[in-house]
Design a protein around this ligand. Sequence first.
Ligand code: ADP
Length: 250
Amino acid sequence: MTRAFVEVRGLRVVYPGGTKALRGIDLDIEEGSFVAAVGLSGAGKSSFLRSLNHLVRPTSGSILVGGRQVVAARGGDLRRVRRETGMVFQQFNLVRRMSVLRNVLVGRLGYHGGLGAVWPRFTDTDRQLSRAALERVGLGDRAGSRADRLSGGQQQRVAIARALAQQPRLMLADEPVASLDPETSLAVLSHLREINQRDGITTITALHQLDLAQRFADRVVAFRDGRIVYDGPPHGLDESAYGRIYRAER
Ligand code: ADP
């Protein structure tokens, strides 16, 4: 049997203070798939994504990405895990006063000793990859603009280019369109989907709009109160599944 690209076993996240964000998640994700994580606010989607990228340290459980341990990774292994995982956030997280190109070059830092290092001497390859990533999201002509001159949708496309410049094997997006209007949301998700399909980059995105999950994802994983309450194709989301995900507790 071939191994899944992402293998999550018994993943628990309990925050200081006692909030149980994830209560023992088991999940396999095939390489190249596009997975939408859905569920109410507070269901655990973000804790799940952040565990995959080592931004949250799980209380227990294991995560393998491309055969590499994530939870236990240290030093060089941790750098590799982070470098191979691109992440896009709801609030874009660009350096507002820097140029668009410089923001995308930030995606190359993992190849130069990591974040926290002094601003490195980027190579021609770094620049070529960054410019190519900007072209992919349709912003090749904005390389020299200051990041905060761009619209929200354009800034999120820069954030996608920055993640792509990392040459990731896994792309994570945490509510990437929650701050955007519907039309812009479609454009941003189309870019993520195009990159997933053309480059085969496994993509997991948290989305709170079920209609967008159904439109873009191969597979929907729904969280509720730290557990998975639906896992299957978008068209399998029937009324019963919908109730498990969203119905108010009585
Ligand atoms: P979602 O992404 O589905 O909204 P989260 O993973 O952000 O869910 O949150 C799951 C639960 O964990 C919520 O109850 C939230 O309040 C709590 N939580 C999230 N982050 C932290 C944190 N850093 N410290 C304490 N509690 C947190």
